[in-house]
Design a protein. Structure first.
Length: 395
């Protein structure tokens, strides 16, 4: 049997294999954040396809944290009941499901906030929008700590098997970890301990509410890929401390939305589908053209582009490591697990391309994903593969 189909553990949670559906925005919730039949069908397809652990797209923890249309919402108790059908459906296939808890922070476009200014740790101008976020007060920081912890409580009540804190890509928690966006001189910044205080306080408050047996994971950047941003030298020290605090697993990522978006995914930049042609103003059209032109030379796809970071971080942490980042070849997936560079393989675009990829690997039908990295699936629509000749039932 392939090592990919040996069970693994995240805290006390047993996962049937080493395939993790790495989160991406699903954009199929109701306008108020509640679950829909489309959302259930989408995650049922992933569970049926053999993923051992499914991590959802980001679920906003606060009404002002919504970063995209039809985002899962976990900021009110009346949302809980609607998600029990989703978790029950996934569990029926022997899969586990973790809710990613999220706040968009400075990455939210002002239009999504009714023209209100987005929030962040420091007033550092945002590259793509030219907006300067509002610096959060300590009272506002503590409000968001509590909002994340309450979302974890709601996730447990809805039947999820754990939560993952979104701490990457320049969004709220990520912006506290990065020296580029966190220029505070109080206890919430200015040093390794200061940068880490926000996610550590979220963990501590969340643990109070969910107990010791409910896994709390974190997804963090290994690199921001921007001047003065988070680097591997700093992130590996952060990962060591996050693991020591008690986080049950770490998933790696890299890059930011608002400065260098496609460093997160690599591959083609689908400029024509990202709103340039349909931009409502000449100013926005020019900003988008410049945004994509600036990053174009930097996003060449290379398989396993996060593996060098995993090798640095894995040896410093005591919790499992989930490795996404362009992993496409089954043989390389097996080597990553066998050589101890990671404990689980994170897949996103390959599972958009084919949700049954894990089952096909187990049956020996495929040796690599045939995802082309065209990245059209990352455009602001429910995720689907545009290379297919049909639309999946959830679309």
């Amino acid at each position: 049997m392939s090592v990919l189909f040996e069970p693994g553990y995240i805290g006390k949670l047993k996962v049937k294999n080493r395939f993790v559906r790495s989160p991406t925005g699903d954009k199929m919730a109701a306008p108020d954040g509640k679950c829909t039949d489309k959302l259930v069908a989408f995650y049922e397809e992933l569970a049926y396809g053999g993923s051992g652990l499914i991590i959802t797209g980001g679920a906003t923890v606060h009404a002002d944290g919504v970063g995209m249309a039809q985002m899962i919402g976990f900021y009110k108790d009346d949302i809980i009941e609607s998600y029990k059908k989703l978790t029950d459906t996934v569990h029926a296939y022997g899969a586990k499901i973790v809710l990613q808890i999220h706040h968009g922070g400075r990455s939210i476009w002002p239009a999504a906030l009714g023209r209100r200014t987005p929030i962040g740790p420091s007033p550092v101008k945002i590259h793509i929008t030219d907006v300067v976020p509002k610096e959060m007060t300590e009272e506002e920081i503590l409000e968001q700590v509590n909002a994340h912890a309450e979302a974890a409580r709601r996730a447990k009540a809805a039947g999820f098997d754990g939560v993952q804190l979104h701490a990457c890509h320049g969004d709220l928690v990520s912006s506290f970890l990065s020296p580029f966006t966190n220029r505070r001189t109080d206890k919430w910044g200015g040093s390794l301990d200061g940068y880490l205080r926000f996610p550590l306080e979220i963990y501590r408050k969340g643990r109070e509410l969910v107990g010791d047996d409910f896994p709390i994971l974190i997804k963090m950047n290994a690199e921001d890929y921007i001047p003065e941003g988070l680097t591997i030298d700093l992130s590996k020290r952060m990962a060591e401390k996050l693991s020591a605090e008690g986080y049950d697993a770490i998933e790696l990522s890299a890059g930011t939305h608002m400065e260098r978006h496609f460093n997160m995914a690599r591959g083609d930049i689908p400029k024509d589908y990202f709103g340039i042609k349909g931009a409502k103003t000449e100013y926005k059209r020019r900003k988008l053209i410049k945004y994509f032109k600036d990053m174009a030379p930097e996003v060449k796809f290379e398989e396993n582009y996060l593996l060098p970071f995993a090798k640095e971080i894995k040896k410093l942490i005591d919790c499992p490591l989930i490795l996404p980042g362009g992993v496409r070849t089954v043989r390389l997936m097996e080597e990553i697990i066998q050589e101890g560079h990671a404990d689980f393989i994170g897949l996103c675009r390959p599972l958009i391309r084919d949700p049954e990829f894990p089952n096909k690997v187990e049956k020996g039908w495929v040796t690599r994903s045939d995802c082309l990295n065209c990245n059209r699936c990352l455009v602001d629509k429910p995720p689907m593969c545009y290379q297919k000749l049909y639309r999946p039932p959830h679309y």
